[in-house]
Design a protein around this ligand. Structure first.
Ligand code: CA
Length: 578
């Protein structure tokens, strides 16, 4: 016998291989059978597949899984989703041979909470983080012992690797000399911590390795966030020790191997190495690669795609993201494993509108030194646009590219521009391809979907908000699984309920965020304040221009009541609160 997974045995005699599949129901029989009888009965009950045997082990039925999770990438950024100023041929090709979902949503329009849902199948507002994101030194957000995508797949025999931006917290070791004020919250204290407060000789606990990953290489938070150091498993590769000229947001120290301009190339080389190493071991077990990229979070410093889009620095960074996808596809093809690899490409939240003028001027003025000469060709004459969003004082350069595909709002908002994301699925062995699917799905559903794919039954407390959409992957005509979905505006934490075509947005708590005018989109002068509850019918009003909160009060009250119950930490499915 040369291989075995949960339901399949492989035998190889000379140049003939034999694959014996045991039906799932048989495998779940309560009687414990002698393995000899198991094989014998299995032979009677199942189909033999005889084929010519080469040197490679047989392809396991369970797919490899590659999740490529962009940062701040908008619904309108890929050419297969309508972008004309940016070409994304690698992603377009996967979409053309797979499924492109048009009504996929994240659970929060900011990084940390969205990532929490992605990995745990649980809504982020059930955690301590009710709004905003974690700082770079924040304690873990995923609770110890909670099932994650990685731990679930790991328990199923998958090799699990995480590469890229974690942003879900670690337990960093402080130097003994750092004072702690017992009067401030844990998160506030860690927000004040600097790199020179950390004892980098100690292991970094509470991260991916303790949440189900066999291997991790990446960065703690966003690219502009401290600490500026690569983390491999539970240690930094090089301690932050040299002056950091690369960050637009934080000054201080960086590891000598850390360069903001090439983060995505370094991370992608590691991701490709994970695939190469897996196949070099001739393992029969499948692998799970979780790759949340640094791209396309600001600062946008494209390393080798300069000028390849017509949408400035950010547009060129999207092209770099497409290059990442192409590199991973090439690696899978090299090992003849593209066929049975499930690839998913999506984003953690909505986009910025374009290049931020405030930052462009700092690069242009060489505020960070001569190292930014490389970017000077970007900075000719420009005409900023004022879109009524954050950093409004200097405006944005959009180059007529609509990062949000024309939806209302951007990153952090409760409107579709913040919450609706591109979602491409490619799995040639099971998906015949070329489909566009308009069912509502969410990245919080990945845990249940992957459990379904691997034949795992989740316990009640695992992935409590996750619902498998495997039927939608296998049959494009299958009905929508979700009856409702709860999301949240990233910065305010206001909850959003999608129920059928209806969308209810809770008014934001002014104690959390009250700069109302800052967020009002200029291209929609009568847009309601996010301080007020809103009601939209997306079937008639996809761009959320017609607030029905006053004209259909009974529907608003019905949905508001559900949101009120949900805030008591109840579970919701099909509007039935449990
Ligand atoms: Ca993000």
């Amino acid at each position: 016998m040369i291989g075995k997974d949960k339901n399949t045995f492989y035998y190889c005699y000379g140049n003939v291989s034999l694959k014996i599949q045991i039906p799932m129901k048989f495998n779940k029989m309560p009687v414990k059978l002698n393995p000899t009888y198991t094989v014998f009965i299995g032979i009677i009950l199942t189909t033999f597949i005889i084929s010519s045997c080469n040197d490679s082990p047989p392809v396991p039925d369970r797919p490899n899984i590659v999740l490529i999770f962009a940062d701040d990438l908008g619904y309108g950024d890929f050419s297969c989703y309508g972008a004309s100023k940016i070409k994304t041929p690698n992603i377009d090709k996967l979409a053309a041979n797979g499924i492109r979902f048009t009504d996929a949503h994240v659970t929060s329009s900011l990084c940390s909470p969205s990532r929490y849902s992605f990995l745990t199948g649980r809504y982020p507002w059930r955690t301590r983080l009710k709004s905003g994101v974690l700082g770079g030194f924040a304690p873990p957000l995923i609770e110890e012992g909670r099932t994650t995508l990685a731990s679930m797949l790991n328990a199923n025999g998958y090799y699990t690797a995480g590469i890229g931006k974690w942003h879900l917290g670690f337990n960093w070791a402080l130097k003994d000399s750092v004072p702690r004020d017992p009067g401030i919250s844990e998160d506030d204290f860690w927000r004040s911590v600097r790199s020179d407060h950390i004892d980098f000789s100690k292991p970094i606990k509470g991260g991916p390795i303790e949440r189900g990953f066999d291997y991790f290489f990446g960065i703690a938070g966003s690219n502009g966030m401290r600490p500026h150091a690569f983390i491999e498993n539970e240690n930094v590769t090089m301690e932050p020790s040299v002056p950091d000229n690369f960050s637009q947001r934080t000054s201080g120290l960086r590891g000598p191997d850390w360069d903001l301009r090439n983060l995505d190339r370094v991370l992608t080389e590691k991701a490709v190495a994970v695939i190469d190493n897996h196949f070099s071991k001739e393992s029969n077990s499948p692998f799970f690669l979780y790759y949340p990229t640094s791209a396309v979070h600001p600062p946008w410093l494209p390393e080798f795609t300069k000028g390849q889009s017509e949408a400035g620095m950010r547009g060129d960074k999207v092209i770099e993201f497409d290059w990442i996808v192409g590199e991973l596809v090439k690696a899978l093809e090299k090992h003849n494993s593209l066929e049975n690899t499930l690839i998913i490409i999506t984003s953690d939240n909505g986009p910025h509108p374009g290049d931020e003028v405030r930052m462009v001027e700092r690069y242009k003025n060489k505020s960070f030194g001569d190292e930014f000469d490389y970017y000077q060709p970007y900075f000719g004459d420009y005409q900023p646009e004022y879109l009524g969003v954050y950093n409004e004082e200097k405006g944005w350069l959009t180059y007529d590219h609509k990062t949000n595909a024309g939806f209302l709002g951007f990153k952090s908002d409760a409107w579709e521009g913040g919450l609706r994301v591109p979602f491409v699925v490619h799995w040639p062995k099971k998906i015949k391809g070329g489909f566009v699917n308009s069912n509502v799905i969410s990245s919080v559903d990945l845990l249940a979907t992957m459990a379904d794919i691997t034949g795992t039954e989740l316990r009640e407390e695992e992935g409590e908000d996750s619902y498998s959409f495997l039927t939608n992957l296998l049959d494009n005509d299958a009905p929508q699984v979700r009856k409702s979905l709860i999301m949240a505006a990233g910065r305010t934490g206001a909850l959003v309920l999608r129920s059928g075509d209806w969308k209810y947005i809770e008014g934001a708590n002014p104690l959390i965020w009250d700069t109302t005018q800052y967020y009002r989109p200029n291209n929609y002068p009568n847009a309601p304040s996010f301080m007020q509850s809103q009601l939209y019918n997306l079937k008639d009003d996809l761009f959320e221009r017609n607030d029905l909160i006053d004209s259909i009060p009974e529907k608003a009250s019905e949905l508001e009541a559900i949101v009120s119950l949900v805030k008591q930490n109840k579970r919701i499915e099909g509007n039935e609160v449990k």
